[in-house]
Design a protein around this ligand. Structure first.
Ligand code: GAP
Length: 582
C-alpha cells in the first residue's frame, strides 16, 4: 500500500502516543471532561469528525454505490417487542459480580480470566487469541470463582454471586403510557422491522441489500480500553436478504475470487484466496466469502494495513445466538487484535422471530419456472370458529394461517397463541405457482469508531527530517481531514497566499491557511494531522505565478502554476499520483 511503505520507526508505546496526538490535535476527546468524564463515551473533535465522515463515505462508496445496498435511517430508540423478538432481552448479557467489601461491579469472566492467567493456569473461559470476549456460562464462572477462592482485584474482598447483566440501555417512551423502550444495541433490527415495506420497495424480488449507518448503544460493564470499547458508537451495517437456496452462488463472485485474505479458522490458518476458502469449505458459501472480500477492500481503502488485518472465524460456542457462520475482520493494534467488523450468516432467525412476535408475514413469494402439482400439509382456517372468536381481527388471523408454510404449531398472532379450534392441519393436492420462503440474511457489520482508531494507529509514524524529529500521520491521501495547507514564506506574501487558499476552497478542497510560526513548524503541524500537500507561496510566485507543492510522506517538492494547481492536487488526491510521478 502506498501509505504503508513509508513506516520507518515502530514505537513501543504507540497507543499512548496515538491517543496523545488524537487528543492534542482535535481527533478524539473524552466526553464531558469538565464533569470528570465517563468511561466509554468519546467525542470526535473537528479533525476526527472529518476523518470519520470520510471513512463512512468510503463505506458508502463500496456498499451503497458499489453493491446497491440502499440506505435507510431508523430511530435509535426501539420498542420492547423488537428485542423480545430478536432475543436481545434474554441473550444480550455479560456476567457481572460485585465485591461484597468495596461494592465495585466487575465483569465476572474477566476477573476469572485475569486471575487464572496471572497464575499461569491455562483455563481461559473463552478460546485463546480472540479479540472479543465470548460469554461463558454463569455456572462455569461461579464454579471457578468458588474453586480458586478468587477475590476482588481492587480491594481483595470477597466476591458475591455472578449475575447476568443486560447490556441494553432501557428507557420509557412518553410520559403517560410508560411504554418500555431500549436504545438499540445494533442498527440491524430497524432494518428487520421494516422488512415488509422494504420487500415491496424492492418489488418483491430477492436478493436485495439494505444499509444503515448510525449510533448503537451498549452499556458495557467496564470499558477500559480507551476508544475501543464504547457505550455509544457508530455502526455501519448491511443486511443482504437472499434466497437460502442461492447462497452458494454470488452473481459477482468472479470479481473477488482472487482476493487473498489472511485466515484464522479452526481448520485453516494462513493466506488463501476467497475462492479457495470457499471451495475448501472454510467459508460456508460464496455470499459470505464475497462480503469478506468487499470488507477487506473497504479496510485497505481507508488505510488499515494489509499485514495487520485478518479474518477470524467464530468458534461454535462463541457465535452470536442468531448466526450459523461468522467471520470477524480484525485489525492488529497495540491493544492486540481488535474486532473491526463481523460478517455473519444470520439465516432466517430474525425474520422468523419478528414474524412470530408481530404476526405479520415476513416471507417472499418465489415463483416456480412452471406450476407444480404437489401434496401439501396446509393450515385451513375455520372461519365459523374464527369469526365469533376474533371478531374484526378474524380475517387477518385467517390470512395469516393460510400463508403458513411450515405448519407446526402453536401459531402466534400479535403475541398470542391462535386457538387450535380455529384451524385444521390437513393434506391437500394443490397446483402451486411458487413458494413462500423466508429469506436468509448475510450481514457485514462494521464498527466505524474502532476502524478510525485502527487507521490512526496504522498511519502514525515518526521520522527525522533535516535532523529534526517529526510525527507524521501517513493517512491515505483522500482520507486526510485537511487536504491542502497553504502557507506564505514571508509576511509580505500573505495576501497572495490567502488568494490561493480561497481559490482552492472554491474548487472544493478542504484547505487550511496557516501563517503562524516558521515554515518548518507549519509543515510539522500539518504532517502530524496527515495533510498530504502543503502549498507555499514564495518570491517566485510573484515573478511567474508558480507555487511549491510539498508531499507529506517524502517531503519532496515540485513547482506548479497556480492556474493548474487544482487539477494537480485532484490528480494526486483522487488518482493516487505522487509528487515524484508528476
Ligand atoms: N449486527 C451485528 C452486530 O452488532 P457485533 O459484532 O456485535 O455485531 C459489529 O458488532 C461491530 O460493531 C463490531 O465488529 C465492532 O467493530 C463494533 N462494536 C461492537 N461493540 C462495540 C463497542 N462496545 N464499542 C465500539 N465498537 C463496537
Amino acid at each position: 500500500m502506498e501509505h504503508e511503505e513509508y513506516r520507518e520507526n515502530p514505537v513501543d508505546d504507540l497507543k499512548e502516543r496515538v491517543l496523545e496526538l488524537a487528543k492534542r490535535r482535535g481527533f478524539l476527546w473524552p466526553s464531558y471532561e469538565i464533569y470528570g468524564g465517563v468511561a466509554g463515551l468519546w467525542d470526535y473533535g473537528p479533525l476526527g469528525t472529518l476523518l470519520k465522515q470520510k471513512v463512512e463515505n468510503a463505506w458508502r462508496e463500496i456498499f451503497v454505490v458499489g453493491e446497491g445496498a440502499l440506505p435507510i435511517d431508523t430511530p435509535t430508540i426501539s420498542v420492547e417487542e423488537v428485542f423480545l423478538a430478536s432475543g436481545h432481552l434474554s441473550n444480550f448479557v455479560d456476567l457481572i459480580v460485585e465485591c461484597v467489601n468495596c461494592h465495585v461491579t466487575l465483569r465476572a469472566d474477566h476477573v476469572v480470566n485475569d486471575y487464572l492467567r496471572g497464575r499461569g493456569i491455562a483455563a481461559d473461559l473463552c478460546a485463546p487469541d480472540i479479540a472479543e470476549a465470548c460469554v461463558p456460562s454463569r455456572e462455569k464462572t461461579q464454579e471457578l470463582i468458588d474453586f480458586y477462592g478468587i477475590t476482588c482485584p481492587d480491594c481483595g474482598g470477597p466476591l458475591g454471586e455472578v449475575h447476568d447483566f443486560n447490556l441494553m440501555f432501557a428507557t420509557h417512551i412518553g410520559p403517560g403510557t410508560q411504554r418500555k423502550g431500549y436504545l438499540r444495541p445494533e442498527t440491524a433490527q430497524g432494518i428487520f422491522s421494516d422488512f415488509p415495506k422494504l420487500l415491496r420497495f424492492f418489488r418483491d424480488r430477492l436478493p436485495f441489500g439494505v444499509a444503515q449507518i448510525g449510533k448503537s448503544f451498549r452499556n458495557e460493564i467496564s470499558p477500559r480500553q480507551g476508544v475501543i470499547r464504547l457505550r455509544e458508537f457508530t455502526q455501519a451495517e448491511i443486511e443482504v436478504f437472499v434466497n437460502p437456496d442461492k447462497k452458494s452462488i454470488h452473481p459477482r463472485f468472479d470479481e473477488v475470487a482472487d482476493v487473498e485474505i489472511e485466515i484464522l479458522s479452526k481448520d485453516f490458518v494462513g493466506r488463501a484466496t476467497v475462492k479457495a476458502a470457499c471451495d475448501r469449505g472454510i467459508i460456508a458459501h460464496q455470499y459470505l466469502a464475497y462480503y469478506v472480500a468487499r470488507s477487506q477492500e473497504f479496510f485497505l481503502r481507508v488505510g488499515v494495513h494489509e499485514s495487520q488485518l485478518r479474518f477470524r472465524q467464530h468458534l461454535p460456542d462463541e457465535m452470536a445466538h442468531y448466526a450459523v457462520d461468522c467471520w470477524d475482520a480484525e485489525g492488529l493494534t497495540q491493544h492486540g487484535w481488535i474486532e473491526l467488523a463481523g460478517i455473519a450468516d444470520r439465516t432466517d432467525f430474525d425474520l422468523k422471530q419478528h414474524e412470530r412476535q408481530s404476526g405479520l408475514q415476513m416471507t417472499v413469494f418465489v415463483p416456480y419456472a412452471k406450476p407444480e402439482s404437489v401434496e401439501r400439509t396446509v393450515v385451513r382456517p375455520k372461519m365459523d370458529f374464527l369469526g365469533p372468536k376474533y371478531k374484526n381481527k378474524a380475517k387477518q388471523v385467517a390470512d395469516y394461517l393460510a400463508t403458513i408454510s411450515d405448519p407446526i404449531g402453536p401459531f402466534i398472532f400479535e403475541g398470542q397463541e391462535i386457538d387450535p379450534l380455529g384451524y385444521v392441519i390437513e393434506t391437500a393436492t394443490q397446483s402451486v405457482l411458487g413458494d413462500f420462503i423466508t429469506p436468509h440474511v448475510i450481514e457485514p457489520s462494521f464498527g466505524i469508531d474502532r476502524t478510525v482508531y485502527t487507521i490512526l494507529e496504522h498511519a502514525y509514524d515518526e521520522d527525522t527530517i533535516d535532523g529534526e524529529r517529526r510525527i507524521v500521520l501517513r493517512l491515505p491521501r483522500g482520507l486526510a481531514p485537511i487536504e491542502v495547507a497553504v502557507f506564505s514564506l514571508v509576511k509580505a506574501l500573505n495576501e497572495k497566499a490567502v488568494e490561493v487558499f480561497q481559490l482552492l476552497r472554491a474548487e472544493g478542497f478542504l484547505v487550511e491557511y496557516d501563517d503562524s510560526g516558521t515554515i518548518g513548524r507549519r509543515y510539522r503541524r500539518h504532517d502530524e494531522i496527515g495533510t498530504p500537500f502543503a502549498i507555499t507561496i514564495d518570491h517566485e510566485t510573484v515573478e511567474n505565478g508558480t507555487v511549491t507543492v510539498r508531499d507529506r510522506d517524502t517531503t519532496k517538492q515540485i513547482r506548479r502554476p497556480i492556474a493548474s494547481l487544482a487539477a494537480t492536487l485532484r490528480e494526486m488526491l483522487e488518482r493516487g499520483f505522487t509528487v515524484s510521478s508528476l
